[in-house]
Design a protein around this ligand. Structure first.
Ligand code: TYD
Length: 421
């Protein structure tokens, strides 16, 4: 790595916090009876100290500024802080820095407790070595002072500051540190150039490359479950959460996931295919998988992505080997050319009993061919899944899917985040 300690601005550098800040500024101005500036001017509030922006951009009278900040903070503390997301690729960058022996510290003008709350909620805290923000009892909130505090008592080695506004660059330059401006945040390239940034990058990926932080290892996560376990609902929620946390995701499913395999999916799931032989069914699932693995999963893993796949080989074991009673050996054999040595790093398995599952399915939609099977078939699939999870307890996280959507989701999220961190 090119540096030992990297100081990161938060808003506009690690997180895209504009929405929450803009809405809260607009709310404060409206409450105090000031006109709300147009959107492009509101954007200028993201990054610089609020006090000055209220005076200069919104022309708030000096005597009203404290009250405006108070109203801003009230809304921001309640909802604004969550109207935010981590830029895609940031967790890769921070975990890469940690793995290379480097240190990442957030230096932000935000009140420190609030910044900590944001870092925790978006999963950045575990990837950091420190966080410095403005303290309520502190008069000075300029970045130079914050940078000094961030480095206090440390032996930081080679230091670089990364930020999206001139305040970040100017402050770090005054202390003689290398400065990197990012244009994907809220400042323009001209602003960063004028401030004297030593390097300017346009994306978090370009930042990672410039810092010489290695690409992360790809990770393969699969989701399995009996029909009607609520897997799709859970996956959609998880996907949205991981995206707001900035993870580089590829979201896919089986059977399907790529054009050829989606066509096989139509054949195999179509209610018009009733009467298809069990062997044909098993081979079609394997064929779809062979294409999907090669065209989607392996390339994504090679690019360091997290692949989230809705069903994989375990489905064929549970449904075809156990459900259809074709036997585990045969199903593993016909899937060998499809999967090669590829194996999930983590498998979340959602299980429900037959009664709950059938009730949910009927409520949700018309059944496809696979779902009109009998209760004994369902029980064999369930038994197959249980057996798989007992064979490989380290890979499986078995979750009882009988609870409410929220309860099940908490367990799903905890299992996945625990694995990713
Ligand atoms: P899908 O609509 O994806 O169901 P779900 O939302 O429950 O995942 O349909 C997938 C169906 O295909 C499901 O019933 C399980 C079955 N299946 C197999 O039998 N073998 C397999 O290898 C795969 C991938 C799926």
């Amino acid at each position: 790595m090119r540096f030992d300690t990297i100081l990161f601005d938060l808003d506009g550098t690690l997180t895209q916090s504009g929405e929450g800040i803009e809405k809260s500024v607009a709310h404060a101005l409206r409450t105090l009876g000031y006109p709300v500036p147009p959107e492009e001017r509101l954007r200028e509030f993201v990054g610089p100290p609020l006090y000055e922006s209220l005076l200069k951009i919104a022309r708030v009278r000096e005597e009203d500024v404290s009250r405006a900040i108070e109203v801003f903070r009230e809304r921001f503390r309640e909802v604004g802080w969550r109207e935010n997301r981590v830029y895609p690729g940031i967790p890769d960058l921070l975990s890469g820095i940690a793995r290379s022996g480097g240190h990442s510290i957030i230096v932000t003008g935000k009140p420190e407790p609030l910044a900590q709350k944001v870092a925790r909620y978006f999963g950045l805290d575990r990837l950091l070595d420190g966080l410095v923000g403005t303290r309520y009892d502190e008069r000075r909130s300029d970045k130079e002072h914050l940078i000094a505090r961030a480095l206090e008592g440390r032996n930081p080695g080679r230091v670089a500051m990364v930020g999206d506004r001139r305040f970040d660059i100017e402050a770090a330059r005054r202390r003689g540190f290398f400065t990197i401006g990012v244009t994907y945040g809220y400042g323009s390239r001209e602003e960063l150039e004028q401030a004297g940034a030593d390097q300017i990058v346009e994306t978090p990926q370009a930042l990672r490359e410039f810092l010489e932080v290695p690409l992360p290892r790809g990770r393969f996560l699969t989701f399995e479950g009996t029909d009607g376990s609520g897997k799709t609902t859970q996956l959609n929620r998880l996907r949205a959460r991981l995206e707001e946390m900035g993870y580089s995701l590829v979201f896919t499913r089986e059977p399907g996931g790529c054009p050829i395999s989606e066509r096989i999916r139509q054949v195999v799931l179509d209610i018009g295919s009733l009467g298809m032989s069990d062997e044909c069914e098993a081979l079609l699932f394997a064929a779809a998988r062979a294409e999907h693995v090669r065209s989607i999963i392996l390339p994504a893993l090679a690019a360091g992505k997290i692949v989230l796949c809705d069903r994989f080989l375990d489905s064929s074991i549970a449904y075809q080997a156990y459900g259809r009673e074709l036997g585990e050996d045969l199903i593993r054999q016909i899937n060998a050319p499809a999967v090669g040595r590829l194996k999930p790093d983590l498998t979340v398995l959602l299980l429900t009993d037959a009664a709950t599952a059938l009730g949910r399915q009927r409520a949700a939609h018309a059944s496809d061919r696979m779902e009109v099977e009998k209760a004994q078939y369902f029980d064999r699939v369930l038994a197959g899944y249980r057996r798989l999870s007992e064979q490989e307890p380290d890979r499986f996280r078995v979750i009882d899917a009988a609870g409410s959507i929220d309860t099940v989701y908490s367990a799903v999220e905890a299992a996945v985040l625990d694995f990713l961190h």
